[in-house]
Design a protein around this ligand. Structure first.
Ligand code: GDP
Length: 463
């Protein structure tokens, strides 16, 4: 999609965070970027003319509002299409005081630019064909990424990994649509004999790939947002100690008195690159203590919608009915059992726990600090097929992309049923076209203006 000629207004915004810092950047984009600049910038070398500044060079000088000097700056000019927006773009590096950047921006607005809307620079990059929609979304995710995996994944998507996949899948589909249409138009020369079998194989393969991509959305979410993890276990099993060890600092209060971790605490941590959002729990036990009871209920609620349960067992004391309750509860969940206090004489049999729950049991000691690397391996085994070096894989992030894949998959499922039911060929091409369009919506090939506006409105100002 290229509508460069429709975008003429020149926009400006502060593109760095609005706090006092070393430098702040005001960005101006549009046909008149250089005109706006020339009305407010005086190069230190007086013989230099702003309008003659070469593309991709840096010029030193001062910003003036009329005759009032505002700041000492460096100016970078990037002539379109070789810029982020694919339009003429100017970046003014000023001193990073909030007041300074605001004054520089105001001066740009006085001189003919209008304030950019949230995400408008990236939206222009999209409208000008520099980025497709999946890449634009990747920009936002890159900025928001909270860990290395999220950063790598969004960067890959930005470089076009998703777009390439979509392009290849759409090409396969459109080829079949075209074949069906041609055969229907020209039955004398193009035969559809046995075509159903061929199409079935092709569609099945494309559908499997799409299903895989849709399923990867959940991993993508876990990678970028973190695995919602709940620690369960009887009082005194060592839950707080495990939490402290994972966090690497004394955050929760550890005591010898059973049931002292009364409230639920949420903590975010990185375990060998895996993000966990951890909730400590009050432990599971029957108690008359009201505060403790509220804590237990909350812990159970959290466990309900947790991605992962870490069940901490005190290996130095015999299992009780409470342990049996927890084991029943984690049966259908992703869970790992930490056989804690393994530095002490063992009373609990790890093999029994494993047999009873079919979950991985890790010999662990929160105080002696062993079992951590086994734990991170176990988590990556549960969630990322054991491989966190997911270099070749494309992870889909975001519900919008996932839904589009599901929609495409559904249309293809329809094609498979039609073939099996021996329906006429024109039925196939209707559903194939739906799948083709659903895939196109991911990269923005077939989306309406409303959706585009909605997507870009989620961007931060200045991006
Ligand atoms: P919680 O009630 O489940 O949160 O248990 P705590 O973390 O408060 O631990 C209860 C007691 O067990 C404390 O005295 C801890 O120091 C001790 N403890 C925790 N983990 C271990 C361990 O791996 N080995 C030993 N020997 N003691 C531990």
């Amino acid at each position: 999609m290229s509508v460069t000629n429709q975008v003429t207004e020149t926009i400006a915004a502060v593109s760095t965070a609005m706090t006092n810092s070393g430098i702040g950047i005001v960005r101006i984009s549009g046909n008149e970027a250089l005109d706006v600049l020339s009305a407010m910038f005086r190069p230190a070398k007086k013989e230099r003319k702003v309008k003659e500044i070469e593309s991709h060079t840096v010029t030193y000088g001062h910003i003036y509002d009329g005759d009032t000097m505002i700041d000492e700056v460096l100016v970078i000019y990037m002539k379109g299409p070789h810029s982020y927006t694919a339009e003429d773009t100017v970046e003014i590096d000023c001193h990073g005081g909030v007041l300074v950047v605001k004054r520089v921006l105001e001066t740009a607005l006085k001189n003919g630019a209008r304030p950019a809307e949230a995400g408008e620079f990236t939206k222009r990059a999209f409208l000008n064909g520099r980025l497709d929609l999946s890449q634009a979304e990747a920009v936002m995710e890159l900025i928001d990424s909270k860990n290395e995996y999220a950063r790598k994944n969004s960067l890959k998507q930005l470089k076009g990994s998703v777009s390439e996949k979509i392009g290849a899948l759409r090409k396969t589909i459109i080829y079949e649509i075209a074949y069906i249409e041609s055969a229907l138009d020209d039955p004398e020369h193009i035969s559809l004999d046995g075509y159903g079998d061929h199409l079935f194989d092709v569609v099945k393969k494309v559908k499997d790939e799409i299903d895989g991509l849709a399923a990867s959305a959940d991993n993508g979410r876990l990678l970028s947002e973190g695995i919602k993890t709940v620690i369960l276990g009887k009082p005194n099993a060592g839950k707080s100690s495990v939490l402290n060890l994972l966090l690497g600092e004394e955050r929760a209060i550890v005591t010898d008195v059973a049931g002292t971790t009364r409230d639920t605490l949420e903590e975010h941590l990185n375990l060998n690159g895996i993000s966990l959002n951890l909730m400590d729990t009050a432990g599971i036990r029957n108690t008359e203590d009201i505060v403790e009871k509220i804590g237990v209920e909350r812990a159970l609620n959290h466990a309900e919608d947790a991605d992962l349960i870490l069940y901490v067992v005190d290996s130095s004391v015999a299992l009780t009915a409470e342990d049996e309750t927890i084991m029943d509860m984690i049966k259908d969940k992703q869970a790992i059992i930490l056989l804690n206090k393994s530095d002490l004489a063992p009373v609990v049999d790890g093999a029994y726990l494993e047999e009873r729950t079919k979950k991985q049991v890790i010999s662990f000691s929160a105080t002696r600090e062993f079992g951590l690397s086994e734990l991170s391996d176990a988590i990556s085994g549960l969630f990322f097929s054991g491989s966190l070096a997911f270099n070749d894989e494309v992870y889909i992030t975001g519900a919008r992309q996932k839904n589009a894949f599901l929609k495409a998959s559904d249309s293809l499922r329809q094609v498979l049923s039609s073939i099996e039911a021996g329906m006429p060929e024109d039925f196939y091409s209707i559903d194939l076209t739906d799948a083709y369009e659903a895939l196109g919506s991911i990269t923005g090939e077939s989306v309406g203006e409303d959706l585009i506006n909605e997507i870009f409105s989620k961007f931060c100002m200045g991006k």
